[in-house]
Design a protein around this ligand. Structure first.
Ligand SMILES: Nc1ncnc2c1ncn2[C@@H]1O[C@H](COP(=O)(O)OP(=O)(O)OP(=O)(O)O)[C@@H](O)[C@H]1O
Ligand code: NI
Length: 323
């Protein structure tokens, strides 16, 4: 294995998103999927993005690599090493993708070519980044397949994605996202479709890689146990806003935002009480987006925008209870 030190030296780099808004044109209407998001991902950290389906976790993650569809209008800035990734020409973005910042995408089967063998696709993704050493590419590929729970990499290398289960493809795509040793990794649902044993194995690899290989990770997940085991920090998203962000332990032990309280209470270990449905309507569109479902709803919630406040323990919360 080659020396890791060489590329670990030099300054570590944060990712800082300011004022991100993402909107789509739907017929004649503009749909705002994310509005005025500020998100800071310091180097050396693993941040979990949690929140219900449709809250904007994947949009936030994919925006960093310029991977949102052409229909998405992206406003704001995403600073990394002095570059604004939201304004970077596609050619330069290709240099960043995979090598500097890598995405483990949410739908593995869509990302794998159905008519090419897995092994070829894995080594190819190393060649794309200028590595012409075939032996190194083969060794690295097999090493990562083994780490992701395939004791016989040859068999997987010969296979096509349709011959593998969803969980196996998920692990293949994780290996693919990590084998170039990127500085940052954005993993979108890396444990989806895996049983408990494989889930634990994937936690462990990601943890190990976050400690030895990467400068930082962003992990998008519905799996709170994964988030707890892996992430130093959490961002809780609801309908395209960050409701709460800060230290994982503090958030899970003492959730501040009513939405986070609801998420935690819905965990199996905490009694599995689902968050209630909407019992009132939002009046206008400037108030808190959780107001219709919030057990603490008050008149003050109707008139937004709700400012983000910093609690004494350093976490940020967007709720009038703390304003
Ligand atoms: N191409 C698009 N056109 C219109 N709306 C879109 C488009 N892509 C995403 N959205 C909307 O953006 C919102 C956020 O989607 P996103 O995929 O980021 O959610 P998510 O939190 O990752 O959900 P999940 O946990 O299900 O993956 C959703 O309401 C979705 O409908
Ligand atoms: Ni998603």
């Amino acid at each position: 294995m080659e020396d890791r030190k060489e590329w670990k030296t030099g300054e570590k780099s944060d990712i800082e998103i300011r004022n991100l808004s993402v909107s789509f044109q739907d017929g004649g209407e503009t749909v705002h999927a994310m509005e005025s998001i500020n998100a800071y991902f310091p180097a050396g950290s693993v941040t979990g993005l949690i929140g219900e389906s449709g809250s904007g976790k994947s949009l936030l993650g994919m925006s960093i690599l310029g991977l949102l569809s052409g229909q998405a209008k992206v406003e704001g800035t995403c600073m990394y090493k002095g570059m604004d990734l939201y304004r970077l020409p596609e050619k330069e973005m290709q240099e960043i993708r995979g090598k500097e910042i890598s995405l483990i995408p949410q739908n593995p089967t869509e990302s794998l070519n159905p008519i090419r063998r897995i092994g070829k696709q894995l080594t190819e993704c190393m060649n794309v980044h200028g590595n012409k050493d075939k032996r190194l590419a083969d060794t690295r590929r097999d090493e990562f397949l083994r780490r992701f729970g395939f004791p016989d990499p040859d068999r997987i290398n010969r296979s096509y994605s349709f011959q593998l289960s969803g969980g196996m493809n998920q692990r293949v795509i994780s290996a693919m996202g990590l084998m170039n040793r990127p500085k940052w990794v954005i993993a979108d649902e890396p444990t989806k479709g895996l049983d408990a044993i494989l889930r634990r194995q994937v936690y462990q690899i990601l943890k190990e890689i976050s400690e030895t290989d990467t400068e930082g990770m962003i992990v998008i997940t519905h799996d709170i146990a994964l988030a707890e085991a892996l992430c130093d920090r959490l961002m809780v998203l609801y309908k395209g806003s960050i409701m709460e962000a800060g230290d994982t332990k503090k958030i899970l032990e003492h959730p501040a935002h009513p939405y986070t309280k609801g998420l935690v209470a819905s965990l199996p270990a905490k009694g599995m009480n689902p968050i209630g449905r909407a019992v009132r309507k939002n009046e206008g569109n400037s108030g808190c987006s959780f107001y219709p479902r919030c057990p603490y709803a008050a008149d003050a919630c109707k008139n937004g925008p709700v400012p983000e406040e910093e609690l004494p323990d350093g976490r940020k919360v967007r709720c009038v209870l703390y304003a």
